[in-house]
Design a protein around this ligand. Sequence first.
Ligand SMILES: [Zn+2]
Length: 370
Amino acid sequence: MRHHCSFRRLTCAVAILIALAAMLPLGNVSSSLIDAGRGFPYRAFSELPSTPIKLKGGSLEVAFAPGSTILPRADILGWAERSARSVVSYYGRLPTPTAKVLFVPVPGREINGTTYGYGGAASRVVLGSDATAADLEADWVLIHELVHHGFPFIVGPRDWMHEGVATYVEPIARAQSGLIPVDEVWRQLVVGLPQGQPRRGDRGLDGTPTWGRTYWGGAMFFLLADVELRRRTGNRTGLQQVLQSTVAEGGNITQQWTIDRFNAVGARATGTDVLGELYECMKDTPRNVDLIALWRDLGVKLVGRNVQYDDAAQLAHIRGAITARLASPVRESLSALRPGLVERSQVNAEPKQYSGNEAPCRSFPWISER
Ligand SMILES: [Zn+2]
């Protein structure tokens, strides 16, 4: 499986690469470093020296394809480490025992990335040779790619899940680690999410693989899930616990999961079926989200480029919790969680039968049928 994410505001494509491709002989390695040929990018790590970065849960191997950069390698490695630490902090560990990042210098200042899971967690990051330290610090791509490492390939037309989770989590992980201000998380969501609303002819998230619905429609799904999980659990659990539990249960980019499996892990982690309900609500029907009401309830307002908060808003405490660093990360296995919660949630994790189209949306006051 491969996620290609070059500037989420422009293009993205996701493809599944057969595992066999990794075993076939390669031609010219140096050209394949640019062109993503067979065996890519894994073969590069047997051809090039790599630097290990030790992190909680594993090791990130960083290699550089031939080419020069104006920034010293040490600066790029430092940026890679800060980025990886931010993702490790969000997930509670490096999602896989080993992960690889291959930097490929190209002319200019662009940074874009592609993530692969068919031969282990690996990302190729195209790095403009003229990129400055400020370019790296402002960059979202590397963290977006590393967030992909911690989410399984969900079988079916679910690119909106892969890209939605990466789009939603990336700024939150950065803010939790102090790499960007919290204001930037909300500014991006307020500006970006309207692009995720259904348009004419929409057939729900599973049936509408447009750019807007894939990235921002997916991000909207995960924001709504996060808010509703927190609302329903008295702000005790949210999406971060679900994603930490997913990683703890072995869910990562190298694994294929059904959506039912992911939703069941979410149910066990939170004692609610919010994810299952929200999926039922949004999977095959266009649902418009009343973002104005959502921002009002969370107490977020964009005035020009400045974010203003209303701490008296109904869900202001939830808004604060979303970007706060998690005090107690989920442990290695769900069985290590509060036993009562796991037991109770096994009941809740049973698939529900919905009688009508509207039923699963009832819990989500911001959602209406378009
Ligand atoms: Zn992506």
